[in-house]
Ligand binder design. Structure first.
Ligand code: 13P
Ligand code: ZN
Length: 279
């Protein structure tokens, strides 16, 4: 296979690995393919492959094709051997089964987070037909913050927003949080979907981040922005438990006007404390 899609998918894996977000098999990536992208590779697809259970139902994704990383596969190896590490799967007519029609040539199955990826892609398609990418990574700074910031979406988002002026422009609906749960199943998928109904970023406490985007650049850029801001917050917290100066709610409101973004007001509460992580 030699397509732009393969190159773009591979680039996310290589760039994410280079930034240290994918130790071992950490993280996974999925993409809902366009009709023309399926046609481009049609003759390479093995439609005789066996049907397997998804473990959940995604009827709104019936008969669609997805490019996904394999379970237990290392992101650093995707550029070395795409066909060993990545699959194209085809979802059946009622959205309960899938078959591997391309890739994973040495065996294996799609990511263990397939229920979260497919259920998110279903919710996202309903929200906006153009949202095709779901990307999961284990970036150290954001995960580190889940040990010291409260489990409070408003506080978590606000503290990260304040670290970089661009943040509320890149994710104006803020960050959704999922408490620590066993990964890989339907329960964590349901919680993440609730977030993806309105937001583009979900942080899984003590685990990692899920983001979405219309294309790979947008999803990757979002992951990068959240993690970069988190890195700065970790640096600030290493120096002090307080911010002496920061961006005010009024400042964010001005950004909203100038950049024509609809910033969610619930993150712009008046702070009573300058202590990081307190309201
Ligand atoms: P997979 O190798 O099954 O994709 O799992 C990696 C991971 O990050 C689980 O959350
Ligand atoms: Zn993970």
């Amino acid at each position: 296979m030699d397509t732009k899609l393969k190159k773009d998918f591979t680039k996310v894996c290589s760039d994410g690995y280079a930034l240290g977000w994918h130790e071992r098999n950490g993280g996974n990536l999925s993409y809902r393919m366009k009709k023309e992208e399926v046609e481009e590779v049609r003759e390479l697809l093995n439609e005789n492959a066996e049907w397997r259970e998804i473990g959940t139902a995604v009827p709104y994704l019936a008969d669609e094709y997805f490019m996904v990383t394999g379970s237990g596969k290392y992101f650093r190896n995707v550029e070395l051997d795409f066909e060993d590490n990545v699959a194209i799967i085809h979802v059946n007519e009622d959205g309960t089964l899938y078959k591997i029609v391309y890739g994973l040539i040495n065996g294996g199955k799609p990511t263990s987070e397939l229920p979260t990826h497919l259920m998110n892609l279903e919710v996202l398609k309903k929200r906006d037909e153009g949202l095709r990418v779901v990307y999961h990574a284990h970036p150290a700074n954001t995960v580190a913050l889940t040990f010291v910031l409260p489990f409070d979406e408003e506080v978590f988002t606000r503290e990260i927003w304040e670290m970089e002026t661009e943040c509320p422009i890149v994710f104006p609906k803020g960050i959704g949080l999922v408490e620590w749960m066993v990964p890989g199943g339907r329960d964590i998928a349901v919680k993440t979907c609730k977030i993806m109904e309105t937001q583009d970023v979900a942080v899984w406490f003590h685990h990692g981040i899920f983001v979405t985007g219309h294309d790979f650049d947008e999803a990757f850029g979002l992951m990068h922005t959240v993690e970069k801001a988190a890195e700065m917050l970790v640096k600030v917290m290493s120096m002090s438990d307080r911010k002496v100066n920061t961006i005010s709610p009024e400042g964010f409101r001005q950004i909203a006007v100038d950049f024509k973004v609809d910033i969610d007001e619930r993150f712009l509460y008046e702070k009573r404390s300058d202590k990081i992580g307190e309201r």
